[in-house]
Write a protein that binds this ligand. Structure first.
Ligand code: CP3
Length: 354
């Protein structure tokens, strides 16, 4: 089984705060519905079945690397996979997202959650190993794989609600109505996330991203008190493995320094604040990832090109910058536009500070 590529890639250099000559670029949700080859492979397989079948997960992960020449693969899986493997009743409803058989609303519900074990994660480890092997055959063979997990709050936002929600009211109510049950739930979710990350890194992932997609619905005080310690606990599961870590959420302009303090090496910024303002809020010392507005993927090319160039220019205020979207690729995106962004970013010199 081959291990991580020998030469340090652009992505890993940038994640470690060393600005490469060319800005690395990848896209959140680059694997998936924007690609016709994805629809082809998915025929007859549910989302979760595809994630848990190592050959399918590896093939789907590699598709955008082959097509776009992005600087990273991100493992095709889902934030609810560790929950599913622990034995929690969950499915992904097409067009909606994760839906649970039974919401987790009380201390007794929390206590009844099944414990995830390392053995449960065998299909994930097998999928990652197969992906890393496959990456050696694409381009110069040095494209790294990013592993990921949902952060405890984002998992709890689904578990407590029982499915997708706008404001995550039930989760935010439980946080205050029963802080002990909440803390138990966050500890459980942190360990599930942490084990999921650890399985991916041990199987060959070269970096790890913690998605706290819905943290933007929290006040700073609630984030710091009721959420950040659990996110730190999730990351602590891979601290000894020494891979760079990225922490990302949507609508988290007010939380950026607190998200950095959780202990990630890189902070992801969504499109709501200018990237240089995000860098300023982070004290100018942290590598950043972001923050193309996904809405502009459907705008005329000159409009999008100007936006990409503007984001690249703003990113020079950080020690290093990885170009990405401010959130995931919308399913209706023309994949040719993503390839064109990669070409543009790779042809633009990275003129940041040393
Ligand atoms: O390319 C990649 O980024 C890797 C794959 C990936 C998926 N889910 C595949 C997926 C990643 C990193 C995720 C993480 C994830 N899942 C998050 C955090 C990232 C984010 O977008 O904020 C969240 C909140 C989820 C929960 C979830 N799973 C949602 C909201 C959905 C979309 C529902 C829909 O159909 O619109 C899913 C399903 C899902 N996960 C799809 C994909 C490609 C689409 C389902 C399909 O293809 O049938």
């Amino acid at each position: 089984m081959s291990s991580a590529p020998a030469a340090p890639s652009r992505l890993i250099s940038a994640y470690r705060g060393v600005r490469p000559a060319i800005t690395p670029v990848w896209f959140m949700r680059q694997a998936g519905r924007s690609l016709p080859e994805y629809h082809e492979v998915r025929k007859g397989h549910s989302m979760l079945e595809s994630c848990l079948t190592p050959e399918l997960a590896a093939e789907i992960t590699l598709q955008p690397v082959r097509r776009h020449g992005v600087d990273a693969a991100i493992f095709y899986s889902d934030i609810v996979i560790p929950l599913k493997l622990a034995g929690v009743g969950v499915e992904i409803a097409p067009g909606r997202g994760p839906v649970f058989d039974k919401p987790v609303r009380t201390a007794a519900d929390v206590a009844a959650l099944p414990t995830l074990t390392v053995d449960d994660l065998a299909p994930v480890a097998a999928g990652v190993a197969r992906t890393v092997e496959g990456l050696t055959a694409i381009g110069d063979g040095s494209t790294p794989l990013i592993g990921f997990a949902g952060a405890p709050f984002t998992l709890a936002a689904y578990l407590v609600e029982g499915g997708p929600s706008k404001e995550h009211l039930a989760a935010r109510t439980l946080m205050h109505a029963d802080p002990d049950a909440w803390a138990q739930l966050m500890a459980w979710a942190a360990d599930a996330s942490g084990l999921f990350l650890r399985a991916q890194v041990l199987a060959g992932a070269s970096a790890a991203q913690l998605f706290d997609s819905w943290a933007g619905s929290l006040s700073l005080a609630d984030y710091v008190t009721h959420v950040a310690p659990a996110s730190a606990r999730a990351l602590s599961h891979i601290a000894d493995l020494q891979v760079p870590t990225v922490h990302f959420g949507v609508g988290t302009g007010e939380l950026l320094p607190a998200m950095r303090d959780v202990g990630a090496d890189v902070v992801g910024v969504d499109w709501r604040i200018p990237l240089d303002e995000g860098i300023r809020r982070l004290g100018g010392t942290v590598p950043v990832q972001g923050n193309i507005d996904p809405a502009l993927l459907a705008a005329p090319w000159p409009v999008l090109e100007a936006h990409v160039r503007d984001v690249l220019a703003r990113g020079t205020a950080a020690p290093a910058h990885v170009l990405n979207l401010g959130h995931g690729v919308p399913p209706e995106t023309d994949p040719g536009v993503l390839t064109r962004i990669v070409e543009l970013v790779h042809s633009a010199p990275s003129e940041g500070r040393e």
